[in-house]
Design a protein around this ligand. Structure first.
Ligand SMILES: C[S@@+](CC[C@H](N)C(=O)[O-])C[C@H]1O[C@@H](n2cnc3c(N)ncnc32)[C@H](O)[C@@H]1O
Length: 492
């Protein structure tokens, strides 16, 4: 039923009265806002202003408004209200940040929503080109939805206007890094360092970018400087714990141009250099009779204590997959790259995805040593919505030891599960843990996973699960790996 303006005008006082009388019924408030909006009434703007005038802080009003919008999925309405306010009072900080928070509430579910949110933020930025909150929000959204070039363009001016804005520095540096512009990423962090001490995480990134772009003197200087820790104090001894890991990257960066993959001694030297700091997860052959476990040891907290652990798992997987020559595969969370390399050795064109840069560098080195460097593409990223197209066009998806790293398992399974004909899922989880969907949403990296919930959820998503019992039996031999399972998952 369509209402005309007269009817809306007549209904408005009643709706307002109801909304005010029932503060526990936000749906009534939404209706009232929607009618005001349809009438083009400035009333709603006055309502917000009057809350400020009554002594509430801008933050309090907008926090309440945002919480309200978030609970009731009215980000479009909220955004339009804020935009109207912005047009009337350009630059009003609270409206800018409200738009920034509202835009993108639901984009993770839906690429079209991401595009809408980006347009909203871009429009808002024409009104406030140097507002750092907006710039950061827009940059983050562009970046996380797979548009790093646009993120760079959107954020440069804002960062130049305020190089002390920490979040801008790290988002812009990430955007540069995703465009493989590591030297520019380093420049941004250095510019930021002149106004603020770097956090440990930012120093780590700066070091990475400098070594990756061959600026090794500067990289060494980063290793020498005191760095602020997360709790704000400066502590070199604590920081030093990180250095050995970084030095292995530096060593490799210095060395990598000189590796001849055909030369066993070179391979061994490269493997040794790479083993400093973060020991190997996978037992990978480097030279005759010598493997990564011989030169680098293994992670103390890893289930991989048996040298045949990854080899047996690989045999089980590739034995089941049969002939994959000419197919495409992705290995999500590939760590050292053992399974990606095995897939490439079996003839597949592989995309290896892994956010940890050290693992990425190692995987590249090992792929080259194994002679399949041209068939393993390294993507240094977390799995995200932007990878949907890649997954949809891939034959096989390996996600081994991955799902329990997800924050919000339901969200990440949405990214993971579309597309491939075959998913190979290896999980560490508990059979006696009962979960609701809310538990899966609340899950944080490292917490236990409920295997019954996961199986049930995959079936609900339309997959059938073939459980490979040999793996559960093998893994049960070791206390650290008890509870691991291997599944071949196919669409019904
Ligand atoms: C336990 S390791 C497993 C490595 C390897 N697949 C295996 O089975 O031995 C998990 C890896 O996943 C990576 N990871 C965690 N969350 C991720 C995500 N959301 N997207 C991609 N990789 C992720 C981590 O950096 C880590 O290297």
């Amino acid at each position: 039923m369509a209402f005309d303006a007269q009817q809306l005008r007549a209904a408005e006082p009643r709706l307002r009265q109801m909304a005010m009388a029932h503060p526990d019924r936000p749906d009534l408030f939404v209706n009232w806002l929607a009618v005001l909006e349809a009438l083009g009434s400035p009333e709603v703007l006055r309502n917000f202003r009057s809350r400020f005038a009554n002594g509430e802080t801008a933050q309090a009003v907008y926090d309440a408004f945002l919480a309200f919008c978030g609970r009731h999925s009215i980000s479009d309405t909220g955004t339009r209200v804020m935009q109207a306010m912005l047009v009337r009072t350009p630059g009003i900080k609270s409206a800018l940040s409200a738009i920034a928070s509202l835009a993108g509430e639901d984009w993770q579910e839906d690429p079209a929503a991401a595009e809408r949110a980006i347009k909203t933020l871009e429009r808002a930025r024409t009104l406030a080109p140097t507002d750092t909150t907006l710039a950061n929000r827009l940059g983050t959204l562009l970046l996380t939805s797979g548009r790093p070039e646009r993120a760079v363009a959107a954020m440069q001016a804002a960062f130049e206007a305020d190089p002390s804005a920490a979040r801008l520095a790290s988002t812009l540096a990430n955007a540069y890094a995703e465009c493989e512009l590591f030297s520019l990423a380093a420049d941004v962090l250095i510019a930021h360092k002149t106004t603020q001490p770097l956090s440990r995480a930012a120093a780590h990134r700066l070091f990475m970018y400098l070594t990756t772009s061959g600026r090794l003197q500067e990289a060494r200087a980063v290793l020498d400087q005191p760095v602020a820790t997360d709790n704000g104090t400066t502590s070199l001894p604590e920081f030093a714990a990180y250095l050995s890991e970084w030095q292995s990257i530096a060593a490799y960066s210095i060395f990598e141009d000189r590796i001849d993959p055909g030369n066993a001694r070179h391979r061994l030297m490269a493997g040794t250099l790479l083993s400093y700091g973060k020991p190997y997860r996978h037992n990978i052959a480097l030279a005759d009779g010598i493997s990564t476990f011989d030169v680098g040891g293994i992670m103390e907290n890893s289930p991989v204590e048996d040298p045949s652990f990854n080899i047996y798992l690989g045999d089980l997987i590739f034995g089941r997959l049969g002939d994959i020559d000419g197919q495409t595969a992705v290995d999500i969370g590939g760590a050292d790259g053992y399974f990606a390399i095995r897939a490439a050795q079996a003839g597949a064109a592989v995309t290896y995805m892994e956010p940890d840069p050290l693992f990425g560098i190692r995987a590249r080195a090992f792929a080259e040593m194994a002679g399949v460097g041209d068939r393993v593409r390294i993507v240094r990223q977390y799995l995200r919505l932007q990878h949907r197209k890649l997954l949809e066009s891939t034959d096989i998806c390996l996600s081994l030891g991955l799902v329990y790293h997800f924050n919000n398992v339901i969200q990440n399974l949405k990214y993971l599960m579309p597309g491939p004909r075959i998913h190979v899922i290896e999980v560490d989880g508990k059979s006696d843990l009962q979960w609701s969907d809310a538990d899966a949403i609340a899950h944080q990296d490292g917490e236990p996973i409920s295997l019954p919930w996961l199986k049930d959820h995959l079936r609900k998503l339309g997959f059938e699960i073939e459980e490979i019992s040999e793996w559960a039996e093998f893994a049960a031999r070791y206390p650290k790996s008890r509870g691991r399972e291997l599944w071949i998952v196919r669409p019904l």
